[in-house]
Design a protein around this ligand. Structure first.
Ligand code: 5GP
Ligand code: ZN
Length: 112
């Protein structure tokens, strides 16, 4: 999608520090990390947020979680990490291309 930051990063048109990529998704370091490990995983397909996911995207979303599990094991933080996706401005979403934050390396606190 034109004028989308994460479409640009996924396509390699906008620079990023990639940690993984395949035909379906790309993972790259967050520019403002909130934890020692903080990268984002995005589908190459433009979806505005998790609210735009349909059954058609089931395999894609499952693949992204499998990639996250693989990276966690490879990078040695599989014992504790958080996966977050913000939906809408009220939840703090600032980039309107579906992305999963992967955070680890410090005490992350509780949501509840
Ligand atoms: P959101 O607030 O939408 O859930 O998360 C957007 C994330 O994208 C933020 O954590 C922010 O630091 C990150 N971000 C924004 N612009 C860029 C950029 O140009 N490059 C990278 N690597 N991350 C970015
Ligand atoms: Zn996009």
């Amino acid at each position: 999608m034109a004028d989308c930051l994460f479409c640009g990063i996924a396509a390699g048109e906008i620079p990023s520090t990639k940690v993984y990529e395949d035909d379906l998704c790309v993972a790259f370091q967050d520019i403002s990390p909130l934890a020692p490990t903080h990268f984002l995983v995005v589908p190459r397909k433009h979806l505005a947020s998790a609210a735009a996911v349909t059954e058609e995207d089931a395999a894609l979303v499952g693949h992204i979680f499998a990639v996250i599990a693989k990276l966690a094991a490879e990078q040695g933080f599989a014992d504790g990490y958080r996966v977050v996706t913000n939906v809408g401005a009220l939840a703090g979403q600032t980039v309107h291309h579906l992305h999963f934050h992967v955070l680890s390396g410090k005490e992350l606190g509780s949501f509840n």
